[in-house]
Ligand binder design. Structure first.
Ligand code: GEK
Length: 258
């Protein structure tokens, strides 16, 4: 079976972090706000692959984008790194000399597991895994910054400040890869893609109960915005060229070039 998986998946399988997500299987009287605790960290790879259409493609392409944009002697940041899937891709993509990757997450459970994943990975680019809020981390001399489905968890009113800080810490010609769940101004399209995402999750084995309980848990935690909102804010934050390079239903990824 292993032979049929992509290099990314076999990495994570090799590191044994593929437990099945059953967190919302049983009916709950009270649904607490979603948090990235140990229970989530244990099943995270299965959860995100069955919940985010295109996730695996984005992870794979981060390797290609890193190869293109990483500059010699620069820093690469994976902000909201979870178990380190994007970090592993960046590590594989780097061909420029003397780069360092800084991976940041504020979930101790994620950071603990991410450090183990990095220890077992044999690539020689140094990776520093930091447990911190990304709003408190200094960004300097960066050529590649990845926010892969992380900005959506930052309160909307604080997103501009964070993006401005990232832009200010980047080298000219560097790239921010920003992936997000999005909503659409066109109500018909918005409802259609919302329903199709629901179908995607059902097709990947989630029951209607699991889908609706997870949705309630995420309601005030993951706040999606429209693509024009993201694009305009990135331009205002100091990026010169901004556009979508990948989209699957209501999930997309943008490139913002400094
Ligand atoms: C991947 N990028 O596999 N500071 C630091 N970390 C945060 C913050 C914050 N303020 N808010 C949320 N996180 C990964 C997937 S998951 C996406 C990213 C998802 C962290 C949080 O702890 C979690 O690990 C991650 O951001 C979001 O490519 O679950 O939809």
């Amino acid at each position: 079976m292993i032979g049929s998986f992509s290099p990314f998946q076999s990495d994570l399988l090799h590191f044994a972090v593929m437990d099945k997500d059953q967190i919302y299987t049983d009916s709950m009287a009270n649904i607490a706000n979603f948090s990235f605790d140990a229970r989530v960290a244990d099943v995270f790879t299965d959860m995100i692959e069955r919940s985010v259409p295109g996730y695996r493609s984005i992870i794979t392409m981060i390797e290609t984008l890193t190869e293109h944009y990483a500059q010699p002697g620069s820093r690469l940041y994976d902000l909201g790194s979870s178990l380190g899937a994007s970090t592993l891709s960046m590590r594989r993509g780097i061909t420029a000399k003397d780069c360092t990757i800084i991976s940041v997450d504020n979930s101790e459970a994620m950071v603990k597991r991410c450090r183990k994943v990095m220890d077992r990975d044999l690539h020689d680019t140094p990776v520093e895994v930091i447990c911190s809020d990304i709003r408190n981390v200094e960004i300097t001399d960066a050529s590649v910054v990845v926010l892969n489905f992380t900005l959506q968890f930052i309160p909307p009113e604080e997103r501009f400040q964070l993006l401005e800080k990232i832009s200010a810490g980047m080298r000219p010609g560097g790239v921010l890869i920003l992936s997000e769940k999005v909503i659409f101004e066109d109500q018909h399209l918005d409802e259609l893609l919302f329903d199709i995402h629901h179908d995607f999750k059902r097709a990947h084995g989630y029951s209607d109960l699991e889908i609706s309980q997870k949705r309630s848990a995420l309601e005030n935690v993951l706040i999606p915005e429209t693509i024009p909102t993201h694009r305009n804010r990135l331009l205002k934050a100091g990026f010169t060229s901004v556009d979508v390079w990948f989209q699957c239903f209501n999930f997309m990824s943008m490139l913002a070039i400094k």
